[in-house]
Design a binder for this molecule. Structure first.
Ligand SMILES: C[S@@+](CC[C@H](N)C(=O)[O-])C[C@H]1O[C@@H](n2cnc3c(N)ncnc32)[C@H](O)[C@@H]1O
Length: 174
């Protein structure tokens, strides 16, 4: 493609390409930032969920509904599930025969992002605590871990960036 063939889409083009309404709860792909610390990251993840057709599952900590309302810059709200106690919710997901529980984490034995296939069954993507990662009791409930390779000096990626990359991959859009 040469530069002359590139035309930036107008807001009107984008409106006609997008859904007229928010997607209903397909409950096929679920992003689960279960130990959130920063509201801005939840807002970013909510936008990615809308973009890829996923739901967001998050504990209803006192500050979370407000952070989602502020962070949600979409005109129509994306699908949010309240988890209640994180480990109880995750155990229930793990026990479901129709569900694969994938954890985004820097972990031995993790598959590299480029080798992660798109989700063919209902998939829950667990994202770790923004400082401490996925706690050991929750790691035991994962079916698979996925790691995004890094070559810089930083120890890890921002949780919303990591979650968005893996969600795109699981949705088969990357
Ligand atoms: C800031 S990181 C915490 C990372 C780390 N385990 C720790 O204890 O410092 C928060 C979360 O973002 C996700 N994450 C960050 N970088 C990642 C990477 N390179 N690959 C996969 N997940 C990543 C993971 O879900 C991780 O638990």
């Amino acid at each position: 493609m040469t530069a002359s063939t590139v035309r930036v889409k107008s807001p009107r083009d984008l409106r006609t390409e997008r859904r007229p309404r928010t997607h209903s709860c397909w409950d096929h792909l679920v992003a689960a930032p279960l130990w959130p610390l920063h509201g801005a990251n939840l807002g970013t993840l909510l936008r990615t969920c809308d973009a890829v057709g996923a739901c967001l599952a998050v504990p209803k900590l006192p500050w979370v509904p407000d952070a989602l309302a502020r962070g949600n810059t979409l005109r129509k709200p994306a699908c949010v599930h309240w988890t209640g106690d994180q480990l109880t919710w995750l155990s229930r997901q793990h026990a479901r025969k129709d569900t694969s529980v994938v954890g985004a984490e820097l972990a031995d034995g993790a598959v590299r992002l480029a080798d992660l296939p798109a989700a063919r069954t209902r998939t829950v993507l667990v994202l770790g605590h923004e400082r401490d990662g996925i706690p050991p009791e929750a790691v035991e409930l994962l079916d698979l871990a996925v790691e995004i390779p890094m070559i810089g000096t930083g120890a890890s990626l921002n949780v919303a960036v990591a979650g968005s990359l893996v969600l795109y991959r699981l949705a088969g859009l990357l």
